[in-house]
Design a protein around this ligand. Sequence first.
Ligand code: SF4
Ligand code: ZN
Length: 343
Amino acid sequence: MPVLCSSCDDKRAVLKRPKTGHSLCKACFFRAFEEEVHQTILAANLFKHGEIVGIAASGGKDSTVLAHVMKLLNERYNYGLELMLLSVDEGISGYRDDSLETVKRNQQQYELPLKIVSYEELYGWTMDAIVKQVGLKNNCTFCGVFRRQALDRGALMLRVDKICTGHNADDVAETVLMNILRGDIARLRRCTAISTSSEGEGVVPRCKPLKYAYEKEIVLYAYFKKLDYFSTECIYSPNAYRGHARTFLKDLESVRPSSIMDIIHSGENLSVREGVKMPVQGTCNRCGYISSQTLCKSCVLLEGLNRGLPKLGIGKHHRLHDKILTQQPLTEKEERKLKSVNF
Ligand code: SF4
Ligand code: ZN
C-alpha cells in the first residue's frame, strides 16, 4: 500500500526527509524546505527591505537552489530585495566554463542580472596557469583566497549591500570539524556565524540562508523541482583534508542523521577562553583589503606567483612578507626554499 504524506495525509509520499525522517509528498516537501529557509532568514534578520543582494552563483546545486528559493521567498513574502547573480570565473577549463553556461541559463530562467568576475582580469592568473606553476597540492589555497576577494570586488562593482552564499548545513558542520582538527580557534569562532557584518574596508557582509538545509535535501529539492544545475566536480579538487572531514561527516550522518545539526550547535556554543590571543584585523598595506598581517594573503600569494616562488603564501613566512613589502632582496637560501614546488 502506498505511504501517504504525513503532512497533508492526502497525497502519496514520494520521499523520506533526510532531516526529519518524515514521509512527504512533493508539494509538502517543497513547502517545508522553503518555509525553513524563510524562518532562518527571519530568525537571523538577514535582510532589510530595499537591500540589493548578490547571490554568489556557481551553477552548482547549492547556489542554484539558493537563487531559486531567494527569488521565490522574495516574491512570496515581499522581502523587497533587489536580487542579482554574482559569479567568479576561476579560469578552469572543462569545469568553470561549463558551469558558467549553467549560470547564464539560470540568469535567463530567473530573470536576474548577472556579473561575472574572473581571476584573469583581477589577478592576471587563471587557475589553469596557477596549477601549472604550483601543482595539484595547494591549488585550493590559492583558489579559496582569490575567490573570497573576487566576490567582494564583484559585489563592490555591483554595489550590492550583501552577498548570500549557498553554504549548507553539511558545509558548516564540515568546517567546524576541520577547524577543530586544526585547532584554528579564530576560524572556529567565525565559521558557524550565519552572517558576517562588514569586517573592514572593501568587505561586503555575507550570509548563508541555507545554513540549516541538509545537502541531501538540497539535492532532492533541485531534483524534484527539475532545476538546471551543473554537477561535475572541479578537475583540480584534491582538497584531501576537507575530503576526510566530509567522509567522516557522511559516515556519522548515516548512523545518526542529526549529527550534522549537532555539530553545528556544538560549534555555535563553543566560546573562547578569556586571554586567548586572537589575530587583530587590520588592512593590507598593498591593496587595502582586510588582513591581520602587513600584506593580505591574496597579495602574498600573488607576489609568490609573479616571482616564481610558489611557496611564499603557504605556511608562515611573515618575516619574508615584510621583506617583500619593503622591497628588500631575499637571500639565496630563502629564494631556494620558496621555489621548491614540493610543498
Ligand atoms: Fe578552486 Fe579547489 Fe574548488 Fe577547484 S576544488 S574550484 S581549485 S577551490
Ligand atoms: Zn592585499
